[in-house]
Design a protein around this ligand. Structure first.
Ligand SMILES: [Cu+2]
Length: 457
């Protein structure tokens, strides 16, 4: 007996030999599926205009087939299991085996036919965010089209009139379906390959979830207090690094379907926004940045010349967004003597750990955790713990990468004498040459005596 997949493949093979250029609604292309959460190699174009394909962090590009002059894709909306990082899997809704869905890649002027099969337990639609298209293809359920019932397949047909960066997501029970992870990116390359070309092109979408430690489902009604801040439904240390060759021109395209803005910061470089979901920013209108705010429901792409070798932190600058779940409710105990507290807590809960009296850095310390969650601060580098989570990864700029090599090149080998180092000056008070302006007078000093004793000076 033919499996569904086998049947689809057979159908695809028959129709490929029978392309007439006419709509063949009965012939639905295969819906490829992805079982991995690591970056898949870029899909180089085998026909049509040449372009430098994007790579999707922890994701993939949806293969298509040509049918006459139509580029045909098949998205399947379905429940998926997504690994956020090693040790945590979340039950989401997505497309073709993963959340977010695969990146849809096309060229300006392409005619797209996108089949959408609904394998969810409820109705859905797809809205093509930012794409300028006929109203009946815009995907707002009830307004532009009937909702797609479970088990049914609808077709969207439109021409990509503009190049740029766009998104797709449901416009049907939107709050639930987006909170469950249904979204993906669309990249449309300029027809003219000499228009703003780059050597490396990365894309990802930001989404947030509240997944209580020890559980597997996001709380879909949450509006503000999320504990998993993700790039492509992954958190540090599970987010792919951006491997880049020294002096490459790099484009990073970022979509935001969370409930808040994210100021995205890259260390060691200055750059500018080149493109939004509204189109290309003229070069004369760009200004230099090291942090780019990505508003809700928007896309920002920035272009950067990677002229500074090393391992450069790349992250959201809201510090709570570079945190994972466990430990979010910890009180501020900085300055509190924890000896007595630890003794008291130890009587009540022998496994508990009183933390935070000097800060929250925990080094390599392990603490007992519920199943299926991630430490608030984790990950390690060549010099020790990195103490990050959430929306954090590393741009790794190296001299010796091949053109299509996006593999993690490992830790940066620092040239001798280029790393910050400890000086041999044990516990000496800092030498201050001049009395600073407004320094305390003799009388004040007496009053401060007690405080000095307290500080042990
Ligand atoms: Cu953020």
């Amino acid at each position: 007996m033919l499996s569904r997949r086998g049947l689809l493949t057979a159908t695809a093979a028959i129709s490929a030999s029978a392309v007439s250029g006419r709509v063949q609604a009965a012939s639905i292309p295969e819906a490829p599926t992805m079982d991995k959460a690591v970056m898949q190699p870029p899909l180089r174009p085998s026909s049509g205009p040449d372009y430098n394909p994007v790579v999707t962090l922890n994701g993939w590009t949806l293969p298509w087939r040509m049918n006459g002059d139509w580029k045909e894709f098949h998205l399947v909306a379905e429940p998926v299991v997504r690994e956020f990082a090693e040790g945590m899997k979340v039950h989401l809704w997505g497309y073709n085996g993963q959340s977010p869905g695969p990146t849809i890649e096309a060229v300006e002027g392409d005619k797209l036919r996108i089949f959408v099969t609904n394998k969810l337990p409820e109705q859905t639609t797809i809205h093509w965010h930012g794409v300028l298209l006929p109203n009946g293809m815009d995907g707002v359920g009830g307004l532009n089209q009937p909702h797609i019932p479970p088990g049914k397949t609808f077709v969207y047909e439109f021409q990509m009139k503009h190049s740029g960066t766009f998104m797709y997501h449901p416009h049907s029970d939107e709050m639930v379906q987006m909170a469950m992870g249904m979204m993906g990116m669309i990249v449309v390359h300029p027809r003219d390959p000499s228009f703003r070309p780059v050597d490396r092109d990365f894309v990802f979408i930001m989404s947030t979830y509240l997944v209580d430690p020890g559980t597997y489902l996001p709380k879909i009604t949450e509006m503000t207090d999320f504990n998993m801040w993700t790039w492509n439904s992954r958190v540090f240390p599970g987010i792919d690094p951006l491997a880049v060759r020294l002096n490459d021109k790099v484009r990073v395209r970022i979509g935001n379907l969370t409930m808040t803005n994210h100021p995205i910061h890259l260390h060691g470089h200055s750059f500018a926004v080149s493109c939004t979901d509204g189109g290309w920013v003229p070069e004369s209108a760009q200004w230099p940045e090291t942090t780019i705010d990505v508003p809700v429901g928007a896309i920002r792409a920035f272009d950067v010349v990677a002229d500074n070798p090393g391992d450069w932190a790349f992250h959201c600058h809201k510090s709570h967004h570079t945190m994972n779940a466990m430990g979010h409710d910890v009180r501020n105990l900085i300055g509190v003597s924890k000896k007595d507290l630890a003794r008291a807590v130890g009587k009540l809960a022998p496994d508990a750990m009183v933390m935070g009296s000097t800060g929250m850095a925990m080094g390599e310390m392990e603490m007992p955790m519920p199943d299926n969650t991630l430490m608030m601060m984790t990950g390690s580098g060549q010099f020790g713990p990195i103490e990050m989570g959430g929306m954090f990864t590393v741009m790794k700029i190296r001299e010796d990468l091949a053109r299509d090599d996006y593999k993690d090149p490992g830790p940066y080998k620092y040239p001798a004498g280029t790393v910050s180092y400890e000086v041999d000056a044990p516990s000496q008070p800092p030498v201050r040459k001049d009395k600073p302006a407004g320094a305390p007078k003799e009388g004040d000093m007496k009053a401060m005596k007690g405080m000095k004793a307290m500080k042990g000076m």
